[in-house]
Design a protein around this ligand. Sequence first.
Ligand code: NAG
Ligand code: NAG
Length: 363
Amino acid sequence: MSNTNGPSLLRLGVIVTLAGVISLGVVFFWFSPSNKCPPPVFRPVQYAKTNNSLTDKAEEKPILLLWVWPENYRFDFSDCKKFYNIDRCQLTDDRALYNSADNVIVYHRAITDLSNLPPSPRPPFQRWIWLHLESPTNTKRIRGLENLFNLTLSYRQDADIPVRMRLITRKKPNEDFVIPKKDKLVCWIVSNKDPSTGVDTRNIFYREFSKYIQVTLFGKAFARFLGYDDYYPTMASCKFYLAFENSIHKDYITEKINGPLAAGTVPVVLGPPRRNYENFVPAESFIHVSDFPDVKSLAEYLLQLDKDEDAYRKYFNWRKHLTPSPHLILQRQEFILLTFNYMFLDQHLLLILDQHYSPKIQT
Ligand SMILES: *[C@@H]1O[C@H](CO)[C@@H](O)[C@H](O)[C@H]1NC(C)=O
Ligand SMILES: *[C@@H]1O[C@H](CO)[C@@H](O)[C@H](O)[C@H]1NC(C)=O
């Protein structure tokens, strides 16, 4: 299980935190759409859900039970089919299916005390999956969870089921990418300024940085709310985007870098060390704040790139071979979309979860 130390700030008001902390924690992951489910998990006969008659074939899909909706946000499970073509598993929140569920997902933040965990004893074939997507800074330790879960699901690479951004590799080089038209230099969309969530580092950095270069600000924290339709176009119109994580932890690299990559903007990242970023995105697709001895040199470098079209263009060379995917943003309300994807890899059931927040609550 991942570390869960850090201040227990997360009690006052889910909404506030949602707007700020949690949403920040959204790790953006995606996976190529897949309709592959694993073969049904082996289970002893007495637990068989069905009796193998042909009419019951549909019921043979592995059951994945979501025990509690994260933050009470809901989406229609049919979205999994709609957006990801995931159809060969049964996703459900129906607790009546508990005894036949192959996997039960428990969202860490929904565990207020141990009484709202799924009941014991559990069926012997069943695996409990611990789902958590926030950084240790924004995670409350809950005593008594040790040795309860069979699998961890988080953004960390060392989770049993890591959920991560993946740029999709192209077979044929793409020469068609055109850098979107720019009318702003540096932009930042930010809604969370609450120091208790770990954002001090980026706030301090920003204050210093903005002395040397103009930054166009959007987002709740600056009363310049960006709507759904404006999110990608706005980002695309900026030459650089400040992809600053709220707190700095290994592998904690979220949709904040994906937005600009997908929009056609160069992310300036603040988070774990460059080498950690390079595990996930091409080295030459982003600028790391630690590439420079100080804030002023970073600002000067950006100003110089602004005048040097060829040098700027080099930040997009990776697009020939890799394709970013915009993370899903849904109009309706502020809600989380979770989708699940089962795959079978080397005899291990691998479950990939995709979680998205609307841009309203992003950053
Ligand atoms: C299996 O299911 C079929 C159709 O639902 C039913 O007619 C049959 O009696 C069942 N057999 C057993 C052994 O439960
Ligand atoms: C899951 O973990 C529990 C608690 O450690 C254990 O008792 C159970 O056998 C495990 N189940 C599976 C299917 O591995």
